[in-house]
Structures are given as C-alpha cells and as structure tokens.
Design a protein around this ligand. Structure first.
Ligand SMILES: [Zn+2]
Length: 232
C-alpha cells in the first residue's frame, strides 16, 4: 500500500482511539442503533464535508451527496436515501445544501464540457434556463453564486414533490424540508428560507424564497453600481 493510503489508516486509528477515550462506549452504542434527526443532501465537493461543518458526530446526520446537490425523481439512489431516512429512521429535517462557487453549477452555467457529468448537470441547466432573465440581469461574476442558490430552491422543491415526502405529510408524519447554502469563503451556512412542512406550503415558500433571493442579489448589484463620493 502507498504511504498516502497508510497515512489514512493511521489517521483512522488515531481518530477512533480519541473518540473512544473522549466518550467511552461511543462505538458500541452506535452499533446498536442510529437515530439521526437530519438528512443532509449536499454537493460531493470535498470542501463541503457535511458532519464536520455542523460539528455533528457519526450517528447524528444521514447524508446523501452528489455533484451539485441535485434531486430528480428518476434517481433511485437519492430516492432510496430519502425513503430510508423518512420511513425507517424517521428524520424530521431534510436539508438541501448547496455551496458558493460550485464547480458543477459553474460548468452548467457556462456550458462547459466535462464528460458524462454534463448529462447530470443538464438538471442544473434546466434551473438556469428557467431563471435566465434574472441571471442575465446580474454581473457575470455574481451569476454562479446566484445559480447555486436558485438550484437549492429548485432541488428543495423537488424533495417536497417526491412521493416519499408527500406520503409522509399525508399520514401526518412531521417532515420539514429546508434549503441552505454554504459559503466556501467563510465556512458559514445561510438559510435560504425555503422551509416547507406541509404540501400546501410548497408554492408560497418557494415564491417567497425566490423573491427574497432576487431582491438580495439585485440590491447588492445596485450597491456596487452606486456612484462613490456623490455630494450630500
Ligand atoms: Zn459543488
């Protein structure tokens, strides 16, 4: 085995020993059950490690990640994770987490050809096409982050529309869907407030979050273009 990989095993042994000494019996308790309250649906980007950035231990966060945190109703993988999380683990919160400067979103925005993944990113291009006029109204350097956030709103809405979530709501199970964005530049999460706890809230929550997003971007662009040092 290469030295780099041996290093991973050594780090793993150290981490396990430290965790066990900090919380004796930690692993034997986890062996019996996992009871996470949250399902995290995030980007596969190595700079957005789910557990670490919310400081949660193993057993506390159920995680699904793919390129550009996309949720489509034909993706058996994502649907299986959502179904198991809601029906078996009974998580309360399903959180779609995008991040600023996402490479997948950037490729989708600019029609970059990367390979097979272009087909996957077609879903993000659908989001781009839906909001093309708004994106065109922004300076080029703001468009990637705007599309990252628009993509979160769309994917959160897609989660709400899955049969798994609608069935859970139908039978009265508490499930709340959220959309957040993570800032690569400052390590902070921001709630995009597309928070949905009932089927009838999907439309209003999406519309309110979308209006707030557009307002925020338009205001920041207006602030940038205001003349500096104008007379009082
Ligand atoms: Zn990404």
């Amino acid at each position: 085995m290469t030295t780099e990989l041996q290093e991973l095993f050594e780090r793993n042994r150290r981490w396990a020993a430290e965790t066990e000494s900090r919380e004796p019996g930690f692993f034997s308790r986890l062996l019996k059950q996992q009871t996470p309250q949250y399902l995290w649906i995030g980007c596969a980007d190595s700079r957005v490690p789910a557990n670490e950035l919310v400081d949660l231990l193993p057993g506390e966060l159920f995680v699904h990640r793919n390129i550009a945190n996309v949720v489509v109703p034909t993706d058996l993988n994502a649907l299986s994770v959502i179904q198991y999380a809601i029906d078996a683990l009974r998580v309360t919160h399903v959180i779609v987490v995008g991040h600023s400067n996402c490479g997948g979103v950037k490729a989708a925005l600019n029609n970059l050809r990367v390979g097979l993944v272009d087909n996957w990113l077609r879903h993000v291009q659908d989001v781009r096409d839906t909001h093309q006029d708004f994106l065109d109204s922004l300076p080029a350097e703001r468009r990637v982050d705007a599309l990252c956030e628009l993509n979160v709103l769309e994917q959160a809405r897609n989660v709400c529309r899955t049969t798994i979530v609608t069935d859970a709501w139908q039978r009265g199970q508490e499930v709340v869907v959220h959309g957040w964005v993570y800032g690569l530049h400052n390590g902070l999460l921001e709630d995009l407030r597309v928070t949905v706890a009932h089927a009838e809230d999907i439309g209003p929550a999406y519309a309110t979050a979308l209006a707030a997003l557009k307002q925020r971007y338009s205001a920041s662009v207006a602030a940038l273009t205001e003349p500096i040092g104008a007379p009082d």
